[in-house]
Design a protein around this ligand. Structure first.
Ligand SMILES: [Zn+2]
Length: 153
């Protein structure tokens, strides 16, 4: 095992921004119970190149540089898992912004649950999704949602 160079740490910090979501590919730790496919929120990258994060399972084990592997959420299914995770947190929060368009949620009159995941979106996005499903609008891919990239400020 080797140590991360300063350049590699810089690169990792630019890629794994605090608030982004990652998916575990492999953890090289026999005592770990975190299964591949588990998602986490990145909280930072330390000077040794380890990705610090909070796993959805409750663990805070970091992704060890040179030993473990993870990637940012990218597929529709991975993003859907993250949206469901965000939706659960949304229940506790008040106000905030629409995860789909980034507009204010506070102004919404009723709760509009997205047709894509268990998460509240603004009235307008709820309408757009209905139009999409009716074939009147092109489908907006999940990776274009406002919350994707920085899930947690
Ligand atoms: Zn919206």
């Amino acid at each position: 095992m080797r140590f991360a160079t300063r350049e590699e740490v810089e690169l990792l910090r630019r890629h794994y921004i605090p608030g982004s979501r990652i998916v575990l590919d492999e953890m090289d730790d026999p005592y770990t119970k975190i299964p591949a496919g588990t998602q986490a929120v990145v909280t930072g990258v330390d000077d040794a190149g380890n990705i610090l994060c909070h796993w959805d399972t409750g663990s805070s084990l970091s992704v060890a540089f040179g030993a473990d592997r993870a990637h940012l959420v990218r597929s529709e299914e991975e993003i859907r898992v993250s949206l469901n995770w965000l939706g659960k947190r949304q229940e506790k929060a008040t106000g905030g912004s629409c995860p789909r368009c980034g507009g204010p949620l506070a102004s919404f009159k009723g709760h509009v649950i997205s047709r894509r995941a268990m998460i509240t979106v603004c009235d307008e996005c709820g309408m757009d999704e209905a139009f999409e499903d009716a074939g009147l609008l092109p489908k907006m891919e999940l990776e274009r949602w406002h919350c994707v990239g920085i899930w947690e400020p």
